[in-house]
Design a protein around this ligand. Structure first.
Ligand code: NAD
Length: 456
């Protein structure tokens, strides 16, 4: 099938690459000229494992191309995917201007039957509004063509996006007539043949499914973070508790790792948008605002430990900051807890030596120029001469840190670990002061150096 993907970000580019890999003819369109130019030159604007190879292969085989010519992309395609951003507005509602701009473009340029497929995460009722927008733009130019609007939310995870797209737990299709249902089932027939459930429902239910899925995952994270906070106060160990509850098949291990909160471009905005949807519908949500508020608070969980340890005196101290992305295996820093911590520490007068294997550049853009933060190329380098290490993103190789070397590089062996990467007993053996989430602190360095409680 001939497919156009509107929006060449994390979702659009991955969808375009994967559909072309399945043999479809795909044209990826974006209004960002720089992005398209880079893609045309073979440069991939985001980091996603395996994506560059897949894009290159399909471009070479002539099934994947990139354009800023929105009109041509629409006119040459049967199916038009909407994969543009839906960022939060001030009040938490989803900003749908990019979605409606695509709908308007379709109305302006439609030249025959089209299927408009919404992959962006949008509030319930958006498919109906997209239909109206296309219709209005088409009528305004005196044109009459048939079209269908489908909701087909995307569930991929950044960092494992190709695998998630190609082997989804399910494909959700929201549509309201048989004609388009048959076309969508044909588009996804490869997935059905490989045992992946294709779940067909109304557009409203499909739109709601995406929000409910993200809200559920965010709830699990905030829940375990609350349990971790209780563990710290009552002398329980969250690692043991996680094992104890995760082994229950009704609960499972996923999304119950404690940390410094969820970030990224989806969970924070989707929880907020669902709260707004609920309120507009006359429902006063109770769980969702708590999930959101707890997550905001959790971003400073490690900072609070640092404030106690340093008696609120950060001036003149230097910290290594390991990890800037909102999670490992991505360069996405949107709403990253690491950036919130960096901003706090810089404002408090600290210096930072930051390291992330993929996200230093986007982080530097968001944090803005600050002479007190230096981005370094190696994580041991970042630790050189530092008062403490702050670990904010659990890149897998951090787990195998040479702790003896780390200690040697640092001015004082103190680690604040926001992702529970290290075993407290090991940190104690190596003589670190070590603080993590939901586990008792280790004060091996303070005790050995004779400091009564903690250095001030
Ligand atoms: P993104 O910000 O990475 O990319 C959006 C792209 O759309 C940008 O390149 C932008 O230039 C382009 N764009 C804006 N207006 C356009 C227009 N009128 N025509 C063509 N292109 C236009 O966004 P993303 O992270 O890929 O997210 C896209 C949507 O998918 C959001 O609704 C998001 O909530 C949802 N989603 C994201 C993920 C994820 O992991 N990032 C996962 C599932 C769903």
């Amino acid at each position: 099938m001939r497919l156009a993907i509107m929006g060449t970000g994390y979702v659009g580019l991955v969808s375009g690459a994967c559909f072309s890999d399945l043999g479809h003819d795909v044209i990826c369109a974006d209004i960002n000229e720089q992005k398209i130019l880079a893609l045309q030159q073979g440069k991939i604007p985001i980091y996603e494992p395996g994506l560059d190879e897949m894009v290159r292969r399909n471009v070479e085989q002539g099934r994947l191309s990139f354009t800023t010519n929105i009109k041509k992309a629409i006119q040459d395609s049967l199916m038009i995917f909407v994969a543009v951003g839906t960022p939060p507005r001030e009040d938490g509602t989803a900003d749908l201007q990019y979605v409606f701009s695509v709908a308007e473009n379709v109305g302006k340029h439609i030249n025959g039957y089209k299927v408009i497929i919404d992959k962006s995460t949008v509030p319930v009722g958006t498919a109906a509004r997209v239909r109206e927008t296309v219709q209005a733009a088409m009528t305004a130019r005196g044109a009459h063509h048939e079209f269908d609007v489908v909701s087909n939310p995307e569930f991929l995870k950044e960092g494992a996006a190709l695998e998630d797209f190609m082997k989804p737990d399910r494909v959700v299709i929201g549509c309201d007539n048989v004609r388009v249902r048959i076309l969508m089932e044909e588009l996804y027939s490869f997935f059905a043949r490989n045992g992946r459930p294709i779940i067909v429902m109304s557009t409203e239910s499909a739109e709601m499914t995406k929000y409910a899925a993200n809200a559920m995952l965010a709830t699990k994270i905030s829940f375990i973070n609350e349990i971790a906070a209780i563990c710290e106060r009552v002398g329980a160990n969250i690692d043991d508790v996680r094992q104890g509850i995760g082994s229950d098949r009704r609960i499972g291990y996923e999304f119950i790792s404690p940390g410094i909160g969820y970030g990224g471009s989806c969970f924070p905005k989707d929880v907020k948008a669902l709260i707004q949807t609920a309120q507009e519908a006359g429902v006063q949500p109770r769980v969702l605002p708590a999930v959101d508020a707890l997550n905001e608070q959790q971003k400073s969980a490690l900072i609070e430990k640092m404030r106690t340890y340093y008696h609120d005196d950060f001036a003149g101290r230097t910290f290594a900051l390991w990890g800037l992305a909102f999670k490992p295996e991505t360069d996405d820093v949107r709403e990253a807890p690491a950036l919130a911590m960096a901003a706090y520490l810089l404002k408090a007068g600290a210096r930072l030596r930051a390291y992330d294997p993929k996200a230093a550049e986007p982080a530097a853009i968001l944090l803005g120029h600050d002479a007190h933060i230096e981005y370094v190329d190696h994580y041991y380098d970042a630790a050189k001469g530092c008062d403490a290490l702050v670990l904010a993103t659990e890149w897998s190789f951090f787990r195998n840190t040479d702790l003896a070397r780390l200690k040697q590089e640092m001015k004082t062996p103190v680690v604040f670990d926001g992702r529970n990467v290290y075993a407290p007993a090991l940190m104690s053996t190596f003589g670190f002061d070590y603080f993590s989430i939901g586990r008792a602190p280790v004060l091996a360095f303070s005790q050995a150096s004779g400091a009564a409680t903690s250095p001030g």
